[in-house]
Design a protein around this ligand. Sequence first.
Ligand SMILES: NC(=O)C1=CN([C@@H]2O[C@H](COP(=O)(O)OP(=O)(O)OC[C@H]3O[C@@H](n4cnc5c(N)ncnc54)[C@H](O)[C@@H]3O)[C@@H](O)[C@H]2O)[C@@H](O)CC1
Ligand SMILES: [K+]
Length: 307
Amino acid sequence: MQVGLMNECLFSKSQIREFEEYLFEHEIISNDKLKEKAAKSCEKFILKHFSSKKNVIIFVGKGINGEDGVLLSRLLLNSQNNYKITLFFIDKLSEKSYKNNHADLEVFDTCGQLDLSVFDIIIDCIFGIGLNRCIDKKLTELIIQINQSSLPIISIDMPSGLNADNGCVMGSAVKATHTLTFLGLKFGQFTFQGLEFSGKVSLFDFGLGHLLHKFCKSPSARLLLPKIINELIPYRQQHMYKNMNGHTLVIGGDTGMFGALILAARSALMIGSGLVTVLTRKKHASLVSLHQPELISYTFTKKDFLY
Ligand SMILES: NC(=O)C1=CN([C@@H]2O[C@H](COP(=O)(O)OP(=O)(O)OC[C@H]3O[C@@H](n4cnc5c(N)ncnc54)[C@H](O)[C@@H]3O)[C@@H](O)[C@H]2O)[C@@H](O)CC1
Ligand SMILES: [K+]
């Protein structure tokens, strides 16, 4: 698995799209090569983590995410791991064109009854970052069936139905156990419903992660990973004592909000603030030391804020 160095950065779909354009325009990599690399990474991942799951069904959409699925099926079939691959085309037209070019691939007859229990693993290539509207009723029924299958579900680039920018489920979405995503992590995989629907996210940046970072100047957001938090907390030398480790003032604790005050003050202590003072209402001040004896408390009245 190839994981980018900037793997805590999250990108929007327009940032990824513009970056792809930049790559193609500057001939850093061709469109076909990028698709090939994407499919190859997925093949490697599946061979490494799911080699015993031989009976594979791939749901194929009409965009390039669907193309990823067809390329992947070809690679898996050639991998000599005795895979049995079934392609399920969401769109009749793309089914027809693929049938002409890939006559040897088994295509599920959409008129028949779909029984997912005969398969070992599901690959979701219905929509990637090109999702631009809500999922219709017919597709929703299929997605419900996929989600109820209890099989491992690998979503390619994005769980289909999940908005890549805000993590919103667009009517319905595939609930992936794994998402294999390309070039950069997408904001929507880590926010709102994205966390629930993306499963374990693996990033394949094809060695272009640095370039993406440079190109975008600033990502949409960053993940607060434990290693980043550790870097932010200053190292405490042995001779240091409370007066040498900063002083935090927490103001709050209005009527009925005393808990928030204590939680905020405790957090300040926990991240290493040497002294923590709370400024709160008189009726709360006496309770502070009962809850957290290290805290210093001061009170204020309405009058203090009049001048
Ligand atoms: N550009 C490239 O060369 C690469 C693209 N890649 C893949 O391409 C994907 C993006 O491809 P596309 O831009 O073709 O987008 P998608 O493959 O996500 O699908 C777009 C198509 O789906 C239709 N669509 C969108 N929402 C729909 C809905 N709710 N109901 C029905 N139809 C809907 C659109 O009209 C369009 O025809 C990425 O997520 C990634 O998987 C990767 O292979 C890497 C290389
Ligand atoms: K997908």
